[in-house]
Each structure stands twice: as structure tokens, then as C-alpha cells.
Design a protein around this ligand. Sequence first.
Ligand code: IMP
Length: 432
Amino acid sequence: MPNIIILGTQWGDEGKGKIVDLLTENADCIIRYQGGHNAGHTLVVGQEKFVLHLIPAGILHPDKTCVIGNGIALDPQALMEEIDNLEKRGIEVGQNLKISEACHLILPYHRAIDKESEELKGTRRIGTTGRGIGPAYVDKMARIGIRTGDLAHPKIFREKLSKNLQEMNYLMEKLFKSHGFDLETLYREVMTLGERILPFVTDTSQFLWEQNRKGSSLLFEGAQGTLLDIDHGTYPFVTSSNATAGGALTGSGVGPTLIDQVLGVTKAYTTRVGSGPLPTELTGSEGEYLREKGQEYGATTGRPRRCGWFDAVCVRYSARINGLSGLILTKIDVLDKLDSIRICTGYRIGSRTVEEFPRHVEDVEAAQPIYEDVPGWQQPTRGAKRWEDLPKEAQAYVQKIEEYAGVPVIMISTGSERSETITIQNPFPASA
Ligand code: IMP
């Protein structure tokens, strides 16, 4: 059975949750490998809507195993809240969830530092979700992070916490002129949560290795998107993890030769939350139209998403960085009523014309999109289930995207329900 990475090709919010939920039917293990509860994956099942932040979208399927890999920054409180909420709604979370012992913990001081350092950045603020993601990864890289496995060793945990608090409280009090954190209170709080978390904690890399040897299919669920990747995104306006394909490997402890496909989820237009350049952004009524039609409000923070035309430069770049084998196009129905649609095929930067996504954020900030206009279809596509059901202009739009990205579109999502999907090529051949 194939092992597949699903990730975002734009700035996140491409609709990965629905796709992962749909493909989960054919997979055995669903793995989150980077980011944390900054992500918000919305799933609609019948009349019910679920928003997941940390737990893989596969959790709605009781016979699948969900894995939180070592690349995740894990907030113990957010995790327990999510588990409690799911259980309240009748979704069982027990042996079907496994958490790596090497996840770095997001602790309350990370959240506080995230907010304070954003304030300090002034007009160059990143517009983070305020969840403490960046500061937790800073500790990881500074080699002072505290990991889920440490929760099993109260003495070690306490020593690390005590040492870190000296530094964090200095920052909080002296630089940010705010209040610090009390060791005893924090220790008790986290250990209490830790007792509930420890039963889920295991060596997930080993677990996935064994599952793979048994012939199980692994589905890697990316969060955020390629242009928010710490290395390949619009740095510094990015998140603090590798949202690109490489992150699935380092963030789960699974080797590259085990991966069969890398699928990129792409919205039929572009959105972004937070600060940073968005070359095809529509600030007027057209942007407002896309936002309202597409209900483009952040699943985690509720912030309105910035909206713009489809940017083929960005998706072609994603295809290269991730080695995409297929694209999954979402929200095409949002464009149904438009008489004309624009695709950005290149940028003008000063006197230069470029077709490759620029490395430097200043160039992306200066980029003026070059558009190709294509006719709209002005017919409903919502709920379409077969390629033949799409109007010919919509088919032509999909084909243009394939052409510019250089990658085939293998699925098209035409609504939020599982059934509202066109499958051109099932990535799980056995069940095709
Ligand atoms: P952080 O991940 O909270 O540090 O935020 C860094 C940047 O990534 C901000 O621009 C956020 O809006 C953006 N971001 C983080 N998570 C998501 C997501 O799940 N979808 C879209 N944008 C996100």
C-alpha cells in the first residue's frame, strides 16, 4: 500500500483537512509531522463540522491510527482540550492516537513570548497565530527544549523547566516589561496534563517502521503551506517549521525511500492570513467577493484571509520544492459566478520579468503579477462528482493550472462534503 504525503502548495488553508479525511479511508496511519495547533483543519461530515488543530484528520475514522510525529510542537493544554472536545462529540481517542516522545512542548512562556515579540516587531510583525509556535521551535534549535518524553521523568523535567525559566523570566521581565512565571505553579500544571498525555507517548518512528513492514499505508498530513515553510517560504513571513515534503521525513522519522507520492493541495485561487507579500492579492471588492464566497476566515484565529487570483508562479515553485507527483484542486466552485478569471503566470519586478518564485522577500514584495485572462463558466460546479460534469471552461481552467504547474490534477474538490469530489486518478490504486 502506498505511503503518501499531502501538503499545501500555497500559504496554507488550501483545504487539506477534507482531502486527508477523504483519503484516510484507504490509509492505515495518518501522521501530522510539523507545526502545532496553529493549524486549523476543517472537516464536514454530514451535518457535523469538526475543526482539528493538532490531531490528524484521520481521527474521525475509528479503525485508523493517528500519529503526532516528533516534528510537532505540542501544547499539552491545547492537546487535552482537543481530545476532550472530540470525546464529548462521541469520537474515541485512545490507542488510536500515538504521540512521539520527541515532540517539543509549547509551554505558557512560549505563548507569552510569541505575543510580546510580535508587539516589539511593530510594522514588520509576522502576524503569528499567537500560539507560541516560533518560541517553542527556537528552544528546540537552541537545544534547551523540553520534550514529551521528559514528562515521564519528573526530576529531569523540573530541572530543565527551572533552568529555562531563569532565561524566560529574564526576557519577560527585563525586555518585555511583563511578568514572569512561577516554577512550582507551572511544574504542577504541566505534570498534571502530562499524566494524561503519557499513555499516548511512544517511539512513533519505530511504530511507523513496523507498520510499513506490515504493509500498512501511511498518509502524512501537512499543515500550513509551502510558502510558509521556514526554509522555502517568504521568510521571515513564515511559520517556524518545514511545511514542505522534507518536513514529513524529519518530522516523523520515516526515510525518503518509503514515500511513493507527494500530493499538493491547491486552492483554485490564493489566500493568506497574517503579514507578508501576496502578489496576486485583491484588496477591493473582488477580494471581498472571494472571501465571502469561499468563507475565507481562519479556522484557528477567525481572522479574515487575504484573497487573490491563482498564482501559477507560486504553485510551480511548490511543485519543484516538494517534487509533487499530483495536484488536488479545491474550492473551484467559489469561482462559479465569475465571467472572467485571472491566472498569474509571471511577475514583473522593476524592469525584470520572472517566471520563477523569487528567493528574497523584498522581490516578492515588489512583484507585479502578469496575468492571463480566461473565461469563467458561470454555471454551478458545486457537488460535481465527474470530470464530464464540469463545464468546458472549468475543465480548461484546470488544464491551464496543470500546464503552468507542470503537474497533473488528480482530484478536484467541489464542496466541503466528502462526496463533493471528482477523482480523476485515485492515489490508492488498489481501491480505484
Ligand atoms: P505561527 O505559525 O503562529 O508562528 O505564524 C506564522 C505565520 O504563519 C503567520 O502568518 C500565520 O498567519 C501563518 N500560519 C500559521 N499557521 C497557519 C495555518 O494553519 N494556515 C494559514 N496560515 C498559518
